[in-house]
Design a protein around this ligand. Structure first.
Ligand SMILES: *Cc1c(COP(=O)(O)O)cnc(C)c1O
Length: 476
């Protein structure tokens, strides 16, 4: 495959093995820059930067084509759980490959998808009894929205066609999930294509207008939610939110009691509650699902990222039996859920997901995680010593460090300063891969990270932020 496009340079062939290797690396980098359009990337910057091409991995480590090793500090975009090249997961994939890689789920079923669904229902928040498969978190949210909408149509409540959401929300990149999103930077340009939603101010304690008392922020945000529901419940089909921690919004954690009250309010006003656990699910917050932290069950739940342990794209939307039953009827009543993707319930992805969930149990992963979460908490507090750190936020093994230009006034950095990017570049030079959310440095290591590797991740991140703070001081 690679020999097809790689230019064979004859002088290179004759050179020393080391040179040959760097020739190959440079060639791959050039080919990337010639042929690829990367997601969420200003490609003009990309063209000018040195890029890393990942070639292999083991545990929490990634190696690039030049043989350099990096700690995977954001779990390969929040999805890796047990590390890379986990023997049990590799084996599950090989066994499934020996049977069938893919067959359609439209009109047929498959073995790993059935077994996985049974397992998911057993571990999901109470009442979620039906599993609908798809391929990405965006689709899982999109499906939840369509299900909620169609549910009310079948129930004869035809006016319930709108959605409510939190401000700053991120629920994926397809048009439905962008519609319920609220990150201006990503979403504003698409406004003319999107449906309108009602926004509830997210309980962003650090930047709440009337002060940063968590209890007060919670109550004021919930009061705004109730006011909206009072006024508009006739037209609102569902309220969608990430429980406990809004991830891509900038790691905005919710004060305790927020999700249980949101559950009460949605029930009171006859509005479906959709939890997007795409980021928070599968142990990320220390519980299997974040909703467990307050014993809350939504009506619909989207999950994806950690589902396959970070191996293959797979997503699920879980629904209550009540919602599922509203779609039952005579064939010619056309009440079915008309949605499905070619690779729905891909057997390889389901097999590796099943093996990943088994590994949670076998390794007692959530128990093992507890002391690590405490260690992370302790070390995150130390970051507050660095003058550009405004706030640190954490829910289990999800953490964000918000950098500010002025700690007293909470004045943000100018986006042109690319403060987050500058920090992660420094970390990269010290052998750690991070990815920021604007001015928020994200820490999301694989759940199975060992003690020494966690210390290394925190040492390097601290050093990178501290160096950047010193550089800021010099510039001023
Ligand atoms: C990543 C993410 C999504 C989108 O998932 P994709 O698999 O990237 O489509 C949706 N919701 C949340 C909360 C996410 O973190």
């Amino acid at each position: 495959m690679k020999t097809l496009v790689l230019k064979k340079n004859s002088s290179q062939k004759r050179s020393a093995p080391g040179l040959q290797k760097s020739g190959r690396c440079a060639n791959l980098e050039a080919l990337d820059k010639a042929f690829i359009w990367h997601p969420f990337t200003q490609m003009r910057d990309w063209q000018e930067e040195e890029i890393l091409v990942i070639e292999k991995a083991k545990g929490v480590w990634l190696w690039d084509t030049r043989g350099r090793r990096y700690l995977d500090g954001v779990s390969s975009l929040w999805c890796n759980v047990h590390g890379h090249r986990v023997p049990e997961l590799d084996r599950a994939l090989r066994v499934q490959l020996g049977r069938v890689a893919h067959s359609t789920f439209l009109g047929l079923s498959n073995v790993p998808a059935i077994l996985l669904a049974e397992k998911l229902v057993a571990m999901a928040p109470a009442g979620l009894k039906r599993v609908f498969y798809s391929d990405s978190g965006s689709e899982a949210v999109e499906i939840a929205l369509k299900m909620a909408f169609q549910y009310w149509q079948h129930k004869g409540k035809k006016s319930k066609t709108k959605f409510a959401r939190l401000t700053n929300a991120y629920h994926g990149d397809t048009l439905g999930s962008v519609s319920v999103g609220g990150i201006e930077l990503f979403h504003q340009i698409y406004r003319p294509l999107l449906f309108e939603t009602h926004a509830v101010p997210a309980p962003y304690v650090y930047r709440w207008p009337t002060g940063s008392d968590p209890g007060r922020v919670r109550d004021e945000s919930l009061a705004a939610m109730e006011k909206l529901f009072q006024d508009k419940h006739e037209e609102i089909a569902a309220f969608v939110m990430e429980p406990v921690m809004q991830g891509a919004a900038g790691m905005i954690d919710q004060p305790r009691g927020y999700i249980s009250r949101a559950r009460e309010l949605t029930k009171k006003y006859n509005i479906l509650l959709i939890f997007d656990e795409v980021a928070t699910g599968f142990g990320r917050t220390g519980a299997m699902f974040a909703s467990e932290l307050e014993g809350v069950s939504p009506d619909l739940m989207a999950a994806a990222k950690g589902l396959t342990g970070g191996y293959l794209p797979l997503a699920v939307t879980l629904a209550t039996e009540e919602i599922y039953e509203a779609f039952l009827g005579k064939h010619e009543a056309f009440k079915a859920f008309f949605h499905g993707h070619t690779y729905t319930a891909n057997p390889l992805a389901c097999a590796v997901a099943l093996a990943s969930l088994e590994l949670f149990e076998k390794k007692r992963l959530l128990e093992a995680l507890k002391p690590r979460i405490e260690r992370l908490r302790k070390r995150l507090r130390e970051f507050l010593k660095i003058p550009i750190v405004g706030d640190v936020r954490q829910a289990g093994f999800m953490a964000g460090i918000e950098l500010v230009k002025d700690r007293t006034t909470k004045e943000p950095f100018d986006p042109a300063e690319k403060i987050g990017i500058r920090v992660i570049r420094r970390a990269r030079q010290m052998g750690v891969i991070l990815r920021p959310l604007g001015p928020v440095v994200v820490l999301m290591p694989p759940l199975a990270i060992g003690g020494p590797e966690l210390e290394k991740l925190l040492d390097v991140t601290y050093e990178a932020v501290a160096q950047e703070a010193a550089a800021c001081q010099e510039r001023d």
